[in-house]
Design a protein around this ligand. Structure first.
Ligand SMILES: [Zn+2]
Ligand SMILES: [Zn+2]
Length: 348
């Protein structure tokens, strides 16, 4: 089975904080760390500022594309805003923030919707409380910091998680259930965030950096699939990436489990056009979900929030038996860890 889509895949690290807000790193150093981590695009999202546009400035640094969004941060209801937008005060209501970002031509995502906070690490919860809103492009379905907070229930568990920061992670089942439910009404794009701060705690010689940038960049990534290679002009490249994201052409990948490119997902029917990952189509009998993986994996096929099938190997081929929200989860390795969450294909 061949990849029938012919899309270009980009490794994007999303949701990163620098010295311009509460991250510990100079933006220029963060860029170098991203280059060393082998990612294609670094999207800085400092709290309520896009100062990184001035220094070091958006654009290409070797093969790495640096883009500058922001995380709009009231006490709860954090919102990741991408694109060439003017920022809005975090004191506005979430719906006002969402509408503003959309009106400016930006793309917005509800950050860490079920962030639990953590008593051991004394982190408050920054969860999404204002759930009556609409008009956002999607949800951050997997956030490394929230996921870590959820699993760390004691100091030894926290230290263990710091030593092996990307092992045995998985997105919050509550967030995934919410995502599947919201997808019933419209496309809701799922992205993954590093939420990298490289926070430094303690004092020398007992100083500890919680997830240095390069460590974070080897974790939760957002792979974006575009129809063309990234243009040399960074503004055009940003537009191409944002268009693809708005269409749900996104997979959320834990690079700590595997860094390979090559995962693809689409739906196929003998008499209908192909439906790419994130796409919507009018359901009829005969559609099949098709998937490709670069290494053998265990596939889970999810329909409307229910696990409905399993396959093994590099190929997935499953009948779309009914309308609804169809997505796959890829697991691999002896521990059967989650490697990839696909965005859904919507059969209406
Ligand atoms: Zn946040
Ligand atoms: Zn953040």
């Amino acid at each position: 089975m061949l990849d029938r889509l012919g899309l270009y895949e980009h490794r994007v690290v999303m949701h990163v904080h620098s010295r311009y807000s509460d991250g510990s790193g100079e933006p220029q150093r963060i860029v170098e760390e991203a280059q060393r981590a082998g990612v294609d695009v670094l999207w800085l999202t400092d709290h309520d500022t896009r100062r990184a546009l001035e220094v070091p400035g958006a654009g290409y640094y070797g093969h790495l594309l640096l883009l500058v969004g922001a995380e709009i941060t009231p006490p709860t209801n954090h919102y990741l805003a991408l694109g060439q937008i003017r920022l809005i005060a975090p004191t506005e209501s979430l719906q006002t923030v969402i509408d503003h970002v959309a009106a400016e031509g930006g793309l917005g995502f509800i950050a860490h919707p079920d962030d639990p906070g953590n008593r051991t690490a004394r982190l408050p919860s920054y969860r999404w409380t204002d759930r009556g809103v609409d008009g956002f492009a999607g949800l951050e379905i997997w956030n490394h910091l929230s996921d870590w907070s959820r699993s760390v229930t004691s100091i030894p568990a926290g230290l263990m998680a710091l030593r092996r920061p990307h092992r045995r992670l998985s997105a919050n089942p509550k967030t995934l259930a919410l995502w599947d439910a919201l997808g019933q009404a419209r496309r809701v794009v799922g992205i993954g965030g590093a939420d990298a701060h490289a926070a430094v705690v303690g004092k020398w010689p007992l100083r500890l950096t919680i997830f240095p940038y390069r460590t974070s960049f080897k974790g939760i990534r957002t792979h974006v699939y575009t129809e063309n290679p990234l243009p040399a002009n960074w503004l055009e490249a940003e537009t191409l990436l944002m268009d693809a994201m708005a269409r749900g052409r996104v997979a959320v990948v834990n690079a700590g489990v595997g860094e390979e490119l090559g995962f693809r997902l689409w739906a196929e029917h003998p008499h209908e056009p192909l439906v790419a990952i994130g796409g919507e189509a009018c359901w009829n009998q005969g559609y099949r979900v098709k998937g490709l993986a670069p290494v053998p994996v265990r596939w889970e096929i999810w329909h409307d929030g229910q696990l409905t099938g399993r396959m093994e190997g590099t190929l997935c081929d499953w009948p779309v038996a009914a309308p609804g929200v169809w997505r796959v989860v890829l697991r691999r390795g002896r521990a059967d860890e989650v490697w990839i969450y696909s965005n859904p294909i919507y059969m209406r």
